[in-house]
Design a protein around this ligand. Structure first.
Ligand SMILES: Cc1cc2nc3c(=O)[nH]c(=O)nc-3n(C[C@H](O)[C@H](O)[C@H](O)COP(=O)(O)OP(=O)(O)OC[C@H]3O[C@@H](n4cnc5c(N)ncnc54)[C@H](O)[C@@H]3O)c2cc1C
Length: 264
């Protein structure tokens, strides 16, 4: 515990606590499905079976508490994952530190042409550094004003913060069970997720992987690197999959499940 990953310019993710590991998933599956139904399966096989068939409740028996320091705009995305439990620093109670996220030059990008939400081509280097320096000035001024409101005008901290920017760093404890953490990681490791939020998802994933390696392997195989296909796409795939038995990628069981899925 206490392992930390640095993220962005001033952020971090740290594991504060964790309950259970791969064994807990397997034990709770055996309890819930009962002896006789699954005990013949070896632990790794059983765990992969659960993930493959979306029998995901045993993964809820494993949980993590993270200490995360992130810009407010990242926190706003993470908090949308309603299954997480949050205790956040209070800007009413505490004086907020003048810590704000300033991106590196490569991250200064134009609006994407293909995606209304995403970023596109990088700006020219000179222009990128101009943008960075303007961002720094605006944030510096905002924090100066925040301090002035509190020190000189006697304003309440809960009001003085009205002028602070979205890239101000906040901190929280975030508790998440493994099932819903995998859902979070699936959505936020994706290349369509905001770059900065992706960096937090990567750090979280690197921290949990040594604790639940077999669950993570199954997550990568059956969720992260798997794809869903529409009915029409499935038709095309079926037509082109006449020789799947010759491929040695899948086990016998997996091959038969695959053919079942394809209706072959
Ligand atoms: C790339 C990207 C762009 C996004 N853009 C926007 C945006 O523009 N605006 C916006 O508002 N949000 C946006 N979101 C947030 C998104 O809509 C989800 O709210 C967020 O990703 C949380 O996902 P979740 O509901 O699966 O997770 P959680 O809230 O952790 O829920 C986990 C699972 O629990 C179940 N669940 C949770 N709550 C309920 C419920 N009330 N009823 C039924 N089932 C429930 C669902 O199965 C859900 O998948 C975006 C997310 C991503 C990844």
């Amino acid at each position: 515990m206490g392992k930390e990953k640095k993220v962005l310019d001033k952020g971090f993710v740290k594991i504060i606590d964790n309950m259970g590991d791969d064994n807990r998933v397997v034990q709770s599956a055996r309890v819930s499905y009962g002896a006789g139904t699954t005990t013949y399966r070896r632990d790794r096989e059983l765990l992969r079976y659960l993930m493959r068939h979306e029998h995901l409740s045993p993964f809820e028996q494993v949980a993590f508490v993270f200490h995360i320091k992130m810009p407010i705009f990242v926190a706003r995305q993470i908090v949308r994952h309603r299954t997480g439990k949050v205790s956040e620093i209070s800007g009413r109670y505490s004086l907020l530190k003048d810590e704000y996220y300033i991106p590196e030059a490569f991250r200064i990008q134009r609006q994407s042409k293909d995606s209304k939400q995403g970023s596109g081509e990088p700006l020219e280097e000179v222009q990128a550094y101009k943008v960075i320096s303007e961002m720094e000035k605006v944030c510096y001024d905002a924090f100066q004003q925040y301090g002035n409101f509190i020190e000189n005008d006697g304003l309440a901290r809960e009001e003085a913060r009205f002028v602070l920017p979205l890239n101000t760093y906040t901190e929280w404890y975030w508790q998440m069970d493994l099932r819903n953490l995998f859902n979070f990681l699936h959505l936020r490791l994706d290349s369509h997720a905001q770059f900065e939020t992706q960096q937090y998802a990567k750090a979280i994933y690197e921290l949990i992987k040594p604790i639940v390696p077999i669950s993570c392997e199954a997550f990568e195989d059956y969720i992260l690197n798997a794809k869903k296909f529409s009915a029409q796409e499935m038709e095309i795939i079926k037509r082109h999959l006449l020789h799947i038995e010759e491929e040695n990628i899948l086990s016998k069981l997996e091959l038969s499940e695959f053919k079942n899925k394809l209706g072959l």
